[in-house]
Ligand binder design. Structure first.
Ligand code: HEC
Length: 355
């Protein structure tokens, strides 16, 4: 900056403050979030793609800035006070006010339009056409207790909003409350006492790959052997029960784990194994399935199916077939097309297992 006479300096400072002051008082208006929905709801019917009353159409920027029937532009960039649009939406005269029908815009809506015009009346493409941008994490005050509440990046956004409103985060819900929420969400009913008790008694830490559950990625022999020993007998018992009641013929039981596991590990340490979609086992019982039949096998490492490999589509076709539905003709209308559960190409059921 050039040297200024000393007498001018306070004046310059005052103007800078004024500029900073106004830009801070107003948030950045978003066309997609704040303006488009408002114009669409209150203006497009008469100033939009179908109708341009007074030669004013507001759905596209070029047209919105163009000269209208009155000989002036409704929007004068960065000059809300000279913009006919703002004059008309804030007018109290019945014959001038826009929209001419229904309630006048609220002061907040008028304010948003004013800010939008001040900020250059930007139009944005629909967000699906915009390249994704990484957002920076919002700042929150690190009060020790709060920062431990932030377990993942999304929490930081929630905490920042809570802090802005002066609210503390809620403490984590108790296990019983979580179970109740899940049941309401998934089936709309509360858990039975027994289901609740089973969940509360289960002390295994869940949801982590190293844990003792079917999702275990580490120590597979220990973890999966334990799971197998806990589930084998109950499954055998339920099959036996179905048979004793004469229901097994009519009940198709399908069971499988989450994919198989890779034969080798890429972990720096430990015994972890990741998912393997090239070789894994599913089994079926009842429902017209020929018991004791095995189809296909993997190589000796279990890395991929080599002998008579079958696909998930073929499994689906087998299930549909056993339910009395023709997998290659059962369709559902979706996205303008008749779609099949087994994909476009015809698929045969795995006939070897059908009794
Ligand atoms: C029901 C139809 C209708 C709706 C809805 C409507 N307008 Fe209008 N608008 C008109 C008509 C008709 C005119 C021309 C007569 C007049 O100037 O009053 C007009 C004129 C205008 C003008 C003056 C154009 C010029 O030639 O200078 C502006 C600006 C305007 N409308 C803005 C809006 C805005 C902004 C909205 C939404 C908040 C809106 N209008 C909603 C029917 C409508």
């Amino acid at each position: 900056m050039r040297d200024l006479p000393a007498s001018c300096a306070p004046f310059v400072v005052a103007i800078l403050l004024l500029v900073c002051g106004t830009s801070q008082a107003h948030e950045q208006v978003s066309f997609s979030r704040d303006i488009k929905p408002l114009l669409a709801k209150r203006c497009f019917a008469c100033h939009g793609p179908d109708l341009a009353e007074s030669a004013l159409a507001l759905h596209e920027r070029d047209q919105a800035l163009a000269i209208t029937d009155s000989g002036e532009a409704a929007i004068v960039l960065s000059k809300p006070n000279s913009s006919e649009l703002l004059r008309r939406v804030s007018s109290t005269a019945e014959d001038l006010r826009m929209p001419p029908e229904g309630d006048p815009l609220t002061p907040r809506e008028v304010d948003l339009l004013e800010q939008w015009i001040s900020q250059g009346a930007d139009y944005q493409l629909h967000w699906t056409f915009l390249p994704p941008k990484k957002s920076s994490f919002p700042k929150f005050q690190d009060t020790g207790q709060d920062s431990s509440w932030v377990a993942n990046p999304l929490d930081a956004f929630i905490l920042a909003k809570l802090e802005a409103k002066g609210l503390p985060p809620s403490p984590p819900a108790e296990k019983a409350v979580l179970a109740r929420r899940v049941y309401y969400n998934l089936i709309g009913l509360p858990p039975t006492l027994q289901q609740m008790q089973t969940f509360l008694d289960d002390k295994r830490p869940g949801g982590n790959h190293i844990d003792h559950n079917w999702d275990a990625h580490g120590d597979l022999i220990y973890n999966h052997s334990q799971d197998v020993s806990e589930t084998d007998q109950p499954i055998a018992a339920s099959l036996k029960d179905l048979r004793q009641r004469g229901l097994l013929d009519k009940t198709l039981v399908v069971r499988g784990g989450e994919f198989g596991r890779q034969p080798t590990a890429e972990y720096a340490e430990g015994t972890g194994r990741d998912h393997n979609s090239y070789g894994f086992t599913m089994w079926m019982a009842g429902g017209g399935i020929k018991g004791g039949t095995t189809v296909g096998s993997t190589d000796e490492l279990g890395s991929r199916a080599v002998e008579r490999p079958t696909t998930v589509k073929e499994l689906h076709a087998t299930v549909l077939q056993q339910m009395g539905l023709d997998p290659n003709h059962l369709t559902y209308f979706y996205n303008g097309l008749d779609q099949k559960l087994v994909g476009v190409e015809p698929v045969e059921p795995i006939w070897e297992v059908v009794g």
